[in-house]
Ligand binder design. Sequence first.
Ligand SMILES: Nc1ncnc2c1ncn2[C@@H]1O[C@H](COP(=O)(O)OP(=O)(O)OP(=O)(O)O)[C@@H](O)[C@H]1O
Length: 257
Amino acid sequence: MSVGEAFLKIDGVCKAFGGVQALYEVSFSVAPRHIHALIGPNGAGKTTLFNIISGAFTPDRGSVFLDGVAIHGRPMHELVRRGIGRTFQNVELFSTMTVLENVLVGFHSRTRCGLLDAMVRWPWVGREERWARQRAMELLDMVGLANAAQRMAVDLPFGWQRLVEIARALASGPKLLLLDEPAAGLNAVETERLSQLVQKIRSLGVTVLLVEHDMNLTMDICDRIVVLDRGRKLAEGTPREIQASEAVMEAYLGKKR
Ligand SMILES: Nc1ncnc2c1ncn2[C@@H]1O[C@H](COP(=O)(O)OP(=O)(O)OP(=O)(O)O)[C@@H](O)[C@H]1O
């Protein structure tokens, strides 16, 4: 892939926490509308890299480019506006809100309405609200949870909560969606549904970068895979290339297949 084709470019990123070098000189690119996975053993640095891309952490060295623009070190809210959406390893929904309200929160970066506007209730506030509710219901329909819209989010089975989180991330209109272990805790049927959902999201023009331990899912749906090991990039390639890599088998899959 030439640099011109990269939608997300990670360039020489380093990050240390005290004496722990969580990431060292990590570089790779993600092409637009690709599904790209980041895999590696526990502590490899995957979540740290997600946190850098989404603006939670600043790299010690190196750069992150989104569509050619340097975004490292920018605040999270700006990165959401620039088109980065994410979900978390431990699902982070608002416990006192319904499913629909949780998704509506995701529209905040796209609507004009501030606290004062909401109190005054200009006519356009109502229009924005109606638009956001309609879009939120469409997103819930897309993830298969339209019927659960009025339920409290915390009352849903864990697998469904993950889908709500994806719907909320989509509400911000991302161009790049970061999914942190989306299949964790899902049963086989839910994982199959997730697989179809991620491919549908890509078909809508969204680039997807996911951290995932479920190798079947990763090998099935990803165009390319980057393998991290102890903070360094160990390998990169197509699922077939990664499966055939001796280095990956040794470091990550324990030589057995
Ligand atoms: N906020 C932090 N403070 C101190 N050390 C951290 C912090 N975040 C991550 N680390 C350390 O950095 C290294 C990489 O952690 P990270 O969570 O990025 O790995 P990971 O590949 O996501 O692991 P897992 O698969 O277990 O989630 C680990 O040694 C971890 O203990």
